[in-house]
Write a protein that binds this ligand. Structure first.
Ligand code: F0G
Length: 457
């Protein structure tokens, strides 16, 4: 059979609230032209994020009832720890309430003024946690990653030559750890090859620097390795994931992605002393080491989700969902980051609306129009998120790319929902010349996209 179907049946459903364009015009204006400020009832298809939006399985809901809510030494923690140790091979598993809490603890210990953290591309919360500690977040993406239209297998890779040049010139004492984000979310959800993970690991280790993985979408990355990297076609997803983690000394994880749950995360570390320090902070800010900000039932659901996410039928359907939308949009001529990534379809807004300069936020404008047209909520990953005004020169420094991300929640939408999204974009594309530039009316000092208010110029 050619048709790849959703590998599940639907047992529980949630109604969608429909709105008209006129209603959406009022709602978006009230929201300060910021999709983050819309209520979910005003949204028809929510592609703002794949984070915490997964549909849980019957097995996970069953596990919720089995959750052991003991303060210390809960059996749910033992199960959680066992599954994560099995996949990552790491020695210390520290639960946190979500990914950024793991980052906060890690960089709270290792960061600080004068330090630099290299990564293929930091996600915004990772960058913020590095910067809040006083350290510098350095992105070293491979050159292919910066060309949206270029078709290549592993556009999420780190630029190994640039990393080597950096490590040779920088004082090692200033580099507490190196990181690799899989898949590379801000770079278009593009995968990182096993070879690249291995090379980065070898380089960091050559200079005596620990190597961490930001593992949010590790299973999607492993699936791409299986499909695209020679030598991995007959390995299981679990074996590939195990090899990925074998090169690392630790990882941060947002369970809200590839653990198929609505909340949770963890920090995994091999080094005993670092793990001890992390647990000391954990007790103060998250909770006791065997629950760390989560309920026993959450730990149970994560353990089950981490097993389900490794199933190949699930990953095949998952990755195909993105390809499907990507193929239809490409056929219409809509510029995308190609090939489509693991968790999202990214539209190249710079090419979609070349008449809007980066300082007038073409991605933000496109994302507003998608909402107005079809009630679709997406997320700008461009100059509102990453652009800066240089404090010394007063000049605007744009983001490397102006993208709109349509992140697809896991196991939530069907093919006809995706067809609706495609139809909506067809209409926006037809009227692309009418897209207007935007300006910021309010911005917070960090992570401004979450609370910014904008208007049309
Ligand atoms: N790292 C990456 C690569 C992420 O994509 C995210 C979250 C985090 C870390 C932080 O995890 O949300 O559990 O604190 N990304 C979400 C997104 C928010 O929409 O891409 P968290």
């Amino acid at each position: 059979m050619k048709t790849i179907i959703e590998p599940f049946k639907i047992k529980t459903v949630e109604p969608i609230n429909f709105t008209t364009r006129e209603q959406r015009e009022v709602l978006l204006k009230q929201a300060g032209y910021n999709p983050f400020s819309l209520t979910s009832e005003s949204v028809i298809i929510d592609l703002m994020t794949d984070s915490g939006t997964s549909a849980m399985s019957a097995a996970q809901w069953g596990g919720i009832m089995q959750g052991d809510e003991s303060y210390a030494g809960a059996s749910s923690f033992t199960r959680f720890e066992k599954v994560i140790k099995e996949i990552t091979g790491m020695k210390h598993i520290i639960p946190t309430h979500q990914g950024r809490a793991a980052e906060r603890i890690l960089f709270g210990i290792t960061g600080g003024a004068g330090k630099v953290i290299p990564n293929n591309t930091h996600f915004d919360t990772t960058r913020a946690n590095v910067e809040v500690s006083g350290a510098k977040a350095l992105d070293l993406p491979c050159p292919e990653g910066g060309d949206p239209a270029l078709i290549a297998d592993f556009k999420g890779n780190m630029d190994i030559k640039a990393l080597e040049a950096f490590l040779e010139k920088e004082d090692k004492a200033n580099i507490p750890l190196g990181m690799m984000t899989v898949t590379n979310n801000s770079g278009g959800g593009q995968p990182v090859s096993m070879e690249n993970i291995r090379q980065a690991s070898e380089l960091f280790h050559k200079f005596g620097i620990p190597f961490f993985i930001d593992a949010c979408r590790f299973a999607e990355n492993a699936y791409f390795i299986k499909k695209r990297e020679p030598g991995y076609e007959s390995k299981t997803i679990k074996e590939i994931a195990q090899e990925m983690f074998s090169y690392a000394d630790g990882c941060t994880m947002s369970a809200k992605k590839d653990a198929l749950v609505n909340m949770g995360g963890f920090l995994a570390i091999n080094d005993d002393a670092l793990a001890q320090e992390a647990r000391n902070i954990l007790v103060v800010t998250e909770g006791f080491p065997t629950y760390g900000g989560l309920a026993g039932r959450d730990l149970e659901a994560i353990a089950i989700g981490l097993e389900e996410v490794l199933e190949e039928a699930y990953l095949k359907y998952r990755i195909r969902s993105m390809e499907y939308v990507g193929e239809k949009l490409t056929a219409m001529g809509i510029p995308l980051v190609l090939p489509t990534g693991g968790h999202a379809v990214f539209i190249d807004a710079k090419a979609f609306a070349p008449h809007i300069p980066p300082h007038q936020f073409p991605g933000w404008s496109l994302s507003c129009e998608m909402y107005l047209e079809g009630g679709i909520r997406s997320c700008e990953i461009g100059s509102v998120m990453f652009g800066r005004t240089n404090k010394e020169t007063g000049e605007f420094e744009p983001s490397r790319m102006e993208l709109v991300r349509m992140a697809v929640p896991r196991r939530v939408y069907t093919q006809s929902h995706m067809d609706y999204v495609v139809e909506c974009l067809e209409e926006v594309w037809r009227n692309k010349e009418k897209l207007r530039g935007m300006k910021l009316v309010y911005e917070a000092p960090v992570l401004r996209h979450f609370t910014a208010r904008l208007d049309y110029v």
